[in-house]
Design a protein around this ligand. Structure first.
Ligand SMILES: [Zn+2]
Length: 259
């Protein structure tokens, strides 16, 4: 049994065949999928999906690419949606200085706001980090959430962010990137605490080998888990069991419902 801890299931890429995608995930041994909200509209969509079936949860938040869309009205609606029982985390939020679709200062302010919301509500927060190691490490170190956790999604940052994550006992979620030939981790997987590892697809993006270049989907979390197990020197069953337990601890009992 596997959990896909990060999937953009509401994405347009799944519009034509979402039911078949879910069916293939179930057939591949995926028990639960966390559907990510990356904008207000995307969050509404993710909540709707999670409401429509067991084995799905939603997150609600605004991605750094969309940070410029943050406003008092958006913040109020985000807060409202976070009260729904299907919603297990804030995010995805964070910093992306690679694409810089929103100005950096706006990204920091909107990330700070969502970190605050998560801490206040005692929910975990799903964090995206790209080419922003210095600011990311500093902001994580300043994070004041005691009850929720931090999930560093599709983790590929450097040693600084890894260290900050270790300090605040973050979860490190690995995506199909770990199957790529050119993936060189700053810190080997054997150095991560076993109770902090998660696996995800980030679908429809980042399809793992041998699906690279195609649309990604939750069923492929199996390939990610296989590679993670190899990198950890463990059996797939052990790693699957452990990452599923970790996801349940991180996101809560809703994760016990199965597709
Ligand atoms: Zn994502």
């Amino acid at each position: 049994m596997l959990v896909d801890a990060h999937c953009h299931l509401g994405d347009r890429a799944f519009e034509a065949d979402r039911d078949a995608v879910i069916e293939r995930a179930r057939a591949a041994g995926v028990a639960h999928v966390v559907a990510i909200g990356e904008s207000l509209a995307g969050s509404e969509k993710a909540v709707g999906l999670a409401r429509s079936q067991r084995g799905l949860s939603a997150t609600v938040g605004v991605h750094p690419h969309e940070a410029a869309s943050w406003s008092a009205d958006v913040a109020a609606r985000v807060r409202e949606l976070l009260a729904a029982p299907e919603v297990v985390a804030v995010g995805e939020t964070g910093l992306d200085y690679h694409y810089e679709h929103s100005p950096r200062d706006v990204q920091r302010r909107v990330f700070e706001a969502q970190l605050g919301l998560a801490a206040e509500l005692g929910k975990p927060v799903v964090v995206h980090a790209r080419d922003a190691d210095e600011d990311m490490a500093a902001m994580l170190r300043g994070w004041g959430g005691e009850k929720g956790g931090v999930v560093l999604h599709s983790f590929s940052s450097g040693a600084d962010v890894w260290e900050a994550g270790m300090t605040i006992e973050a979860y490190f979620s690995f995506s199909g990137m770990i199957t790529f030939k050119n993936w060189h981790p700053a810190v080997p997987l054997t150095n991560y605490p076993a109770n902090r590892l998660l696996v995800e697809t980030d679908s429809p993006y980042l399809a793992p080998v041998p699906h690279r270049g195609k649309r990604n989907e939750p069923a492929f979390v199996r390939e990610v888990a296989e590679r993670a197990a190899a990198l950890c020197g463990e059996h797939l069953e052990t790693l699957s069991h452990r990452t599923t337990e970790n996801a349940r601890r991180c996101f809560g009992s809703r994760l016990e419902t199965a597709l």
